[in-house]
Every structure is written in structure tokens, then in C-alpha cells.
Write a protein that binds this ligand. Structure first.
Ligand SMILES: *[C@@H]1O[C@H](CO)[C@@H](O)[C@H](O)[C@H]1NC(C)=O
Ligand SMILES: *[C@@H]1O[C@H](CO)[C@@H](O)[C@H](O)[C@H]1NC(C)=O
Length: 254
């Protein structure tokens, strides 16, 4: 907690032209759900934070996948081609990747795994995986906000292959390619790279809703993440959103 407070403090010093709270309130961490904390803000509850997080998953489509390199003794043959340094075993690496919110009943992100990509090689070698993402307000509004006061979070879990039948039944190809039309170039069965569908099975959710005097910062129980309803996601509004048109409802109309 102290670490976040310091990180937030330094960003405040860099962005003094924006409307910002007093340091006193930035350093305080009221309990979630506390109403009318003396900063004057209502702190969203853990569940409200889960709803915001699920809406961000729905509206964003690019994040960072973090995995850990296996120790060099457990290298598989495929790493031989990439000239990997010998001392990166146990070190995390974060790499950009695409995801889609295509299994809304669980909130497990859908990912198109390219077998030779580092994130998926590390996962295949036993690494757990974390998807980190953040909310980008629509451009017209983005400049009004301090980025340090916008929600971001990490989904911690593991990758699970999605069976062909589930891909078909859930319309995952259609959903994913609406988020990422260019991914048609590397769908499973393409001639260039081996790829397959996976879900990130979410086990833990770490959330930073914004400045600590007005947002929840902390872990969101995975049950809260999973049981967010479609209606809640549709009704929720994130900073800079104006109307319901922004909701990509066609993605869930299968
Ligand atoms: C992955 O996470 C699980 C807990 O969900 C843990 O038991 C396991 O040790 C982790 N695996 C690695 C390789 O860190
Ligand atoms: C969601 O899960 C939480 C934690 O288990 C529980 O307290 C809450 O009542 C659930 N909400 C709904 C709508 O099921």
C-alpha cells in the first residue's frame, strides 16, 4: 500500500495542472464501500470495482501478458532457435497481446495463442500468466484525466486450451475477429504459424481504480469478478464515456 501511495504522489507532482486531491487524502486508504469519506468522494465497493473491471475487459482489446522464463535446465528444444540468454530463467517478461471478451459468463479472456511466441512458450513450460490492462478514455476526453487516476488491473491465472466444439458453440472466431479483424491472418489452421485458442482462467484480480481517496485499490475476489452480470456491464460508465452507444453489444449477441 505504501508503495502505491508513493507512486501516486510522484505522478501528482508531475501533473499539478489537473484537479488533484490533497496529499493527505492520497495517502489514506479508506475501506471499500465507505460512503462520503472526508475527501468528499464515494469509494466504489469491491463489487462496483469488479463491474468496472469487467466493462474494461469488454471495451479494451489489447493488454500485456506477463510470464516467467523457465530455468535453463528445463528448456525445451524450441528455445534453441531463439538464442535466448542463459541467465533469464525465473525472470518475468511482459509482452503486448490481443484478447477478446468472448466468454462473458465467466469473464475469462479469450486469447489466440501463437505457439512460437514467448508468452505461450513460457506458459507451455509451466509458467502462470498475468494479463494487465487499463482503461483508455475515448480520445476526445482523454486529456481531461490524469492517467494515474484511471483504472488499471491485472488478471492472474493460467492458460487452458479451448476445445474445438466450444470454439464453435460459443462463436469465438466471430467474436475475436470483431475485436481483431487482422487476426484472421493467424487463425488456427493458417499456413504460417501454429496457433490455437486458449482462455486465461482467472484466479486472482488485482485492481487499482485510481487515486486511493476515491477508488478501491486491492484484490477483487474472483467470485465477484465472475458473477458480474451482462446488465451490470452494460449500465456501468467509465471515466470519459458518454452514452450507451459505446457498448459493443453485438459481440455478445450470438
Ligand atoms: C501457478 O499458480 C498456482 C496457484 O494458482 C500455484 O499453485 C503454482 O505454484 C503456480 N505455478 C508456478 C509455476 O508458479
Ligand atoms: C457475487 O459473489 C459475491 C462473493 O461470493 C457475493 O457476495 C455476491 O452476493 C455475488 N453476487 C451475485 C449477484 O451473485
Amino acid at each position: 500500500m505504501r508503495f502505491h501511495a508513493l507512486a501516486i504522489l510522484s505522478s501528482v507532482q508531475l501533473t499539478t495542472s489537473l484537479t488533484l486531491p490533497h496529499f493527505q487524502t492520497i495517502f489514506s486508504y479508506p475501506s471499500p464501500g465507505a460512503s462520503l469519506y472526508d475527501s468528499g468522494y464515494d469509494i466504489p465497493s469491491v463489487h462496483e470495482s469488479a463491474v468496472q473491471a469487467r466493462r474494461i475487459l469488454h471495451l479494451e482489446n489489447i493488454g500485456t501478458l506477463s510470464t516467467i522464463f523457465p530455468s535453463s535446465s528445463s528448456r525445451s528444444d524450441s528455445t534453441a532457435f531463439e538464442n535466448r540468454p542463459s541467465d533469464v530463467g525465473g525472470t518475468p517478461i511482459g509482452l503486448m497481446d490481443y484478447f477478446g471478451d468472448c466468454e462473458p459468463s465467466t469473464g475469462n479472456p479469450t486469447i489466440l495463442a501463437i505457439d512460437i511466441a514467448t508468452s505461450f512458450k513460457n506458459a507451455a513450460a509451466g509458467s502462470n500468466i498475468t494479463l494487465s490492462l487499463r482503461w483508455h478514455p475515448p480520445d476526445a476526453h482523454a486529456r481531461k484525466y490524469s492517467t494515474a487516476n484511471l483504472p488499471r488491473y491485472s488478471l492472474v491465472g493460467y492458460l487452458e486450451d479451448i476445445k474445438d466444439q466450444e470454439v464453435k458453440e460459443q462463436g469465438l472466431v466471430g467474436c475475436f475477429t470483431k475485436y481483431h479483424p487482422d487476426a484472421r491472418g493467424w487463425l488456427p489452421g493458417n499456413k504460417i504459424h501454429e496457433s490455437h485458442w486458449v482462455r486465461l482462467v482467472v484466479q486472482e484480480v488485482y485492481w487499482i481504480g485510481g487515486f486511493g481517496d476515491r477508488a478501491y485499490i486491492g484484490w477483487i475476489p474472483v467470485e465477484e469478478w465472475r458473477n458480474v452480470t451482462r446488465g451490470e456491464v452494460e449500465e456501468c460508465r467509465l471515466p470519459g464515456e458518454q452514452d450507451t452507444k459505446f457498448f459493443l453489444s453485438h459481440l455478445w449477441n450470438r
